[in-house]
Write a protein that binds this ligand. Structure first.
Ligand SMILES: Cc1cc2nc3c(=O)[nH]c(=O)nc-3n(C[C@H](O)[C@H](O)[C@H](O)COP(=O)(O)OP(=O)(O)OC[C@H]3O[C@@H](n4cnc5c(N)ncnc54)[C@H](O)[C@@H]3O)c2cc1C
Length: 97
């Protein structure tokens, strides 16, 4: 195993994997990811895969929209399906008119 690296990411859930993916995309080569169990065996394994683009926080909405685009990009780059099926949805207003 490597003893030194410029960037060490601890945890191979969706967040750690995404950080590693983006760092390598931006050209960083000396990065390693440490996972104590199996990759994505934490919370990420349980996630239903819902991606909402409407949020009360505009930054979360932006990140979700980016994610949807990223899945398409990863499918194109890798030639593999990520299994994401955009099914649409709707929101009901809960405040009084
Ligand atoms: C039932 C359920 C359903 C969900 N559904 C959705 C959904 O539909 N949509 C959505 O957006 N989110 C959903 N979530 C939330 C989502 O799963 C989490 O927000 C996300 O997976 C968190 O990712 P993470 O990488 O931060 O953590 P994790 O996936 O938990 O990854 C952390 C990793 O770090 C490793 N680790 C911890 N400590 C160390 C250490 N010292 N050394 C090495 N490795 C270590 C763990 O083994 C683990 O693999 C859901 C969560 C649950 C539980």
């Amino acid at each position: 195993m490597e003893k030194n690296a410029k960037v060490v990411i601890i945890g191979g859930g969706v967040v750690g994997c995404s950080i590693l993916y983006h760092l390598s995309k931006f050209g960083l080569k000396d990065c390693i990811l440490l996972e104590r169990n199996e990759l994505t065996s934490g919370s990420s394994w349980h996630a239903a895969g819902n991606v909402h683009v409407i949020s009360s926080d505009p930054n979360i909405s932006r990140m979700m929209a980016y994610t949807i685009g990223l899945y398409k990009e990863i499918e194109k780059e890798s030639g593999h399906s990520v299994g994401f099926k955009p099914s649409g949805g709707f929101y009901l207003a809960s405040n009084e008119v």
